[in-house]
Write a protein that binds this ligand. Structure first.
Ligand SMILES: Cc1cc2nc3c(=O)[nH]c(=O)nc-3n(C[C@H](O)[C@H](O)[C@H](O)COP(=O)(O)OP(=O)(O)OC[C@H]3O[C@@H](n4cnc5c(N)ncnc54)[C@H](O)[C@@H]3O)c2cc1C
Length: 428
């Protein structure tokens, strides 16, 4: 059965979420608009506002919905999460209010999957409670897309690991209580088992900020993406998350979920931009007509709606496969979502900016921010090209070469075969 319906009971929850996000979360986007604001757990004002909101979310049973019941989430699965996340994606603050903000979601997942009981009690529980935030520290200044180029080392010294090296774009490190650092622990091992994950409390001696890298208009050195120097940072042996050499495996476990959740939220951002385009088109006039009456404008609106619908179906199918098929079955679909998310987001943002004219590029509308967000999403969690290669390889590995000069779909060859097959009838 192909079924695109939402069960009425869950639809009631989605309706509650939509009203709550519009009335309670979107005002926070305006009051606390900094990239890092949702992660700054020490801002007394914003925390005073969100604490009761988070309580309301918990009372509705909608807190930390990416996690199963054994970890305090309702365990709705990815289909329901997709429907939720496309509403939450409309507001920058909403994921924090609902306990589903990246990168903490991914970090919570790997702590749940690979953490010891002690690690879970110390790091996972406060993350789940929303009282702390965390950082995933993997990319290096000389290498991002290819972890095989990483050089940040961790070597054993007695009963400690010593981490020595630099990391780039460690998002939210300035607010984080701990960092999950990927380091080379066995340089002579094959590339995929050279690295391990280590949990490092941020206050550990030797954790140094070279600077906080900012995006776009942010003042130099005041962004939220930490350029880190782990200057002979010492952590105990039990700080390892997963086994020695399992860094790659742990990273992969978190990145798949993170990518598809970004894709779900992107659906919401795109829908919001389309809403803005529609409103503008029926509000503004040019050449004696509404913008809505100009065919170029209609074309941009139609293309945006069609592309979003296609992308949304891809995201929903991916969520369905994750929910219903064995672990790993959705790998290629997730790569497709990763590629298409940035493409569709970029195209719709560009059209929405353009339709709003000069106002569209100002800081008085959220559109220019969305346009840059699309470019960031084309890089974060791996650039588009890497995921395209993954999709192509997944299909090419099953492709069979065809014997002979012409392809199997060559019409004259197939026609000759068809004539031969029905020669008995055709000859009469
Ligand atoms: C907003 C944002 C948040 C981020 N947060 C984090 C974080 O919290 N933690 C973290 O560790 N990292 C984070 N990153 C870093 C992110 O993972 C890297 O930017 C990404 O992996 C790409 O690495 P790079 O920037 O070094 O680009 P490079 O590796 O230098 O790649 C640059 C370009 O080279 C080309 N290219 C690279 N590889 C290939 C290939 N195989 N085939 C074809 N072309 C290729 C592509 O055009 C690519 O865009 C974040 C990035 C952004 C933008």
């Amino acid at each position: 059965m192909w079924d695109f319906s939402t069960d009425p009971e869950f639809q009631a929850k989605l309706d509650w979420i939509a009203t709550f996000v519009r009335e309670e979360c979107e005002p926070l986007d305006l009051l606390f608009p900094g990239h890092g604001d949702p992660y700054d757990v020490h801002n007394a004002q914003s925390r005073a506002i969100i604490a009761p909101l988070q309580e309301q979310v918990k009372a509705q049973g909608l807190w930390a919905c990416h996690l199963g019941p054994e970890l305090g989430g309702p365990g709705y699965g990815q289909m329901k999460l997709a429907l939720m996340n496309e509403i939450l994606g409309r507001s920058y603050w909403a994921p924090t209010v609902f306990g589903t903000a990246a990168p903490d979601t991914g970090n919570a997942e790997i702590l749940a999957m690979f953490g010891t009981e002690e690690q879970k009690a110390r790091y996972l529980q406060p993350l789940m409670d929303g009282t702390i935030v965390s950082t995933f520290s993997m990319t290096e200044p000389q290498a991002g897309a290819d972890p095989k180029e990483f050089v940040c080392r961790a070597y054993r010294d007695g009963d400690e690991w010593v981490i020595d090296g630099q990391k780039w774009f460690s998002s939210n490190a300035r607010y984080a209580s701990f960092l999950i650092v990927m380091a080379v622990t066995d340089p002579d091992a094959p590339p995929h088992s050279r690295m391990s994950m280590l949990i490092v409390p941020t206050e550990t001696a030797g954790v140094k900020f070279i600077r906080n890298v900012g995006l776009m208009e942010e003042p130099l050195g005041e962004g939220i993406h930490g350029y880190m120097h782990y200057d002979k940072v010492r952590v105990p042996l039990d700080a390892m998350l997963g086994g020695p050499g399992e860094g790659f495996k742990v990273a992969q476990a978190r990145l798949g979920g993170g990518r598809v959740h970004h894709a779900m939220r992107t659906v919401g951002k795109c829908q919001r931009m389309i809403d803005m385009m529609l409103e503008r088109a029926v509000s503004r006039r040019a050449q004696g007509r509404l913008l809505a009456d100009h065919q170029f404008v209609q074309g941009d609106i139609a293309d945006s709606i069609i592309e979003l619908e296609q992308f949304r179906l891809l995201v929903m199918k991916t969520a369905w496969v994750i929910d219903t098929q064995p672990h790993g079955a959705a790998r290629t679909l997730i790569a497709m979502c990763k590629v298409q998310m940035a493409e569709v987001y970029h195209k719709i943002a560009r059209r929405a900016v353009h339709l709003h004219g000069s106002l569209g590029v100002t800081n008085e509308m959220p559109l220019a921010y969305y346009l840059m967000g699309a470019e960031s999403l084309a890089l974060a969690d791996g650039p588009t090209e890497v995921h395209k290669v993954q999709v192509a390889k997944a299909f090419l590995k099953n492709a069979k070469p065809h014997e002979g000069l012409f392809p199997s779909e060559h019409i004259p060859t197939r026609l000759a075969a068809a004539k031969q097959k029905y020669a008995g009838v055709l000859d009469q």
